[in-house]
Design a protein around this ligand. Sequence first.
Ligand code: IPM
Ligand code: MN
Length: 368
Amino acid sequence: MPIARKLLVLPGDGIGSEVIDQVCRVIKIYEEYRAISFDTKNGLVGGVSYDELGTPLSDETLNDALEADAVLLGAVGGVKWDNVERQHRPEAGLLRLRKEMGLFANLRPATCLPALAGSSSLKSELVSGLDLLIVRELTGGVYFGEPRGITDIGGGEKRAIDTQIYTSNEIRRVLHVAMEMARKREKKVHSVEKANVMETGVLWRQIATSVGEGYSDIALEHMYADNCAMQLVRNPKQFDVIVTDNLFGDLLSDCAAMLTGSLGMLPSASLGEEDSFGRRKALYEPVHGSAPDIAGQGKANPIATILSFAMCLRYTFDLDEDAKALEQACADVLDAGLRTADIMQEGKTLVSTEEIGEEVCLAFGKLL
Ligand code: IPM
Ligand code: MN
């Protein structure tokens, strides 16, 4: 009897359902070739959930997510909900899901496949062979800090406030994740903050230093976030693992994504604390957004989402070989010259979301 593995699939908004459809095909192929079956359930999150249920994250979806072995998410958001109040916006649903699931460690690997070095906005010699991992703290910082809000202060003036908060434990646990990741890679960690300006930066640096003392095999360096942004576009290959807070991680990962050729290529895994069985709650999603401008046109690049499923195989189901096969399948399809619009280059073949999804399935099947 194959073991059932519970997957919750949340397509969300915009291009979310198109890219998730391709992952569902990959899952079918995978089940066919391996004696594995996924117990897959679909759910609503984001704007589509708000439209149908009046909330971007219903209790039902949240409970399903808490019960699942892994959640696969497409994207949330869109201009359609721009004027909805903040707690009902699509993004609020995603943020609450991350928080309630305790997904404090967000892994965003940026690798530049040889076939795409020419699609980057940087010179190809700067990015070809790039392989870095951003570990972004995901459940703290200014995203969740209180107080926050906009108040009238009289005379027609208003005052807006956001609060950046970090406890030592929040910093410590994400630093440990970064160190453990580095152990399986090039053993180099850059801890990124603004200790020159921010109190949270000072504490971040203190805790990073003390965590680092327990990892004599890892080279730990501290870097200011502004410098890190500059170094990412100056010489990105100097990095192995970058660990940083929620907001800096959001910015730096978009920047790192473009180094790889397109935002449409970057997957992510968001992980919680390990329980006594070594299991952790997990959500897998592409780094890109819902791209409402191209939604429904078959133009979206599903590779970031497919690679997110590869991360799911690796981190939730411990199927590293199969994860590698899926990553290889994506690389093979690009090597064969197929491109969605975001990574189109002269002399290559422009294909739709579905076509590239189908080719990845074929290539994956051959490798299994
Ligand atoms: C991301 C996104 C989200 C974030 C939005 C959609 C809330 O930009 O995952 O990077 O800011 O975290
Ligand atoms: Mn972002």
